[in-house]
Design a binder for this molecule. Structure first.
Ligand code: ITT
Length: 191
């Protein structure tokens, strides 16, 4: 069985990938603490490529990365690529967004995920992107998930990501749908 490093230190993402990759016949390994990737790209795609290629080159194994974030219409697409750096923790990031949207009627937003898979030599072999549309609600709802989940109400279900069980979030989320697009290739790669 081939190794696949998950190029992420985000515990919320790690839990989701452990489940999303269950059918792929790989040994899923976590990014070694010693590897720090500087996310200085100006697009989600650039950062995703950087994370997967650095981790694959440094470990000599396949690596999969995910650069994601929430883009809010009334904030001109912010926090976008700065989603994880918008404040010092999830609660403060949520407070900042809610404050910035205070009195704003346009609450439209989307989550986006760019996934990249690199070969053991650091070459990009698979890429995928997906978005999930919704609205930023006035008061957080739900206990599951991570990050901005409690304030993002998905458009069709009217549930926040934090109110969904894992299966439902995987079905409609940016991450779940981006991964689904490349699942046939992943299954072949690790067959
Ligand atoms: P890694 O780079 O180590 O994977 P990170 O948290 O820095 O971790 P990103 O740069 O991709 O990852 O930032 C993504 C941020 O966007 C993440 O920290 C959350 O705040 C937010 N985010 C992404 N996907 C999310 C989701 O499904 N639910 C809630 N928030 C999400």
């Amino acid at each position: 069985m081939k190794n696949l490093y998950l190029a992420s230190k985000n515990q919320g993402k790690i839990e989701e990938y452990k489940k999303l990759l269950l059918n792929v016949n790989c040994q899923l390994l976590l990014q070694p603490e010693s590897i720090e990737v500087k996310e200085d790209g100006i697009t989600f795609r650039e950062n995703a490529i950087k994370k997967a290629s650095e981790v694959s080159k440094k470990t000599g194994n396949y690596a999969i990365s995910d650069d994601s974030g929430i883009c809010i219409d009334a904030l001109g697409g912010n926090p976008g690529i700065y989603s994880s750096r918008y404040a010092e923790n999830d609660q403060k990031r949520i407070e900042r967004v809610l404050n910035e949207l205070d009195g704003e009627e346009n609450r439209g937003a989307y989550f986006i995920a760019n996934i990249c898979v690199c070969s053991p030599l650091g070459d990009v072999i698979l890429e995928s992107e997906a978005k999930c549309f919704g609205n930023i609600i006035l008061n957080p709802r739900g206990e599951s998930g991570f990050g901005y989940d409690p304030i993002f109400e998905e458009l069709s279900s009217k549930l926040t990501f934090a109110e969904m069980d894992n299966d439902l979030k995987d079905l409609c989320s940016h991450r779940g749908r981006a991964l689904k697009k490349i699942t046939p290739e992943l299954l072949k790669l690790f067959a």
